[in-house]
Design a protein around this ligand. Sequence first.
Ligand code: SF4
Length: 76
Amino acid sequence: QAQKIAETDAAATALGYKNDATKVDAKKFPAYAAGKTCSNCMLYQGKATDSWGACGAMGNKLVNGKGWCAAWAKKA
Ligand code: SF4
């Protein structure tokens, strides 16, 4: 069972990851826009409806479907 990422994890802080995308520091991470979340990111390994899913950008730890980080890429 994969572990949930901590926002204080080095990978998380480097990419501005937050469990709640609305808490992202948009000044520091201008790539963020409302509506972009882990659940609609290409790197999210969970189903779009899963609350948590593994993410390669976070060392395969679990990220929150409502989260976001600067490695977000639109799911094809
Ligand atoms: Fe979420 Fe995508 Fe960032 Fe992974 S790469 S933490 S799924 S926004």
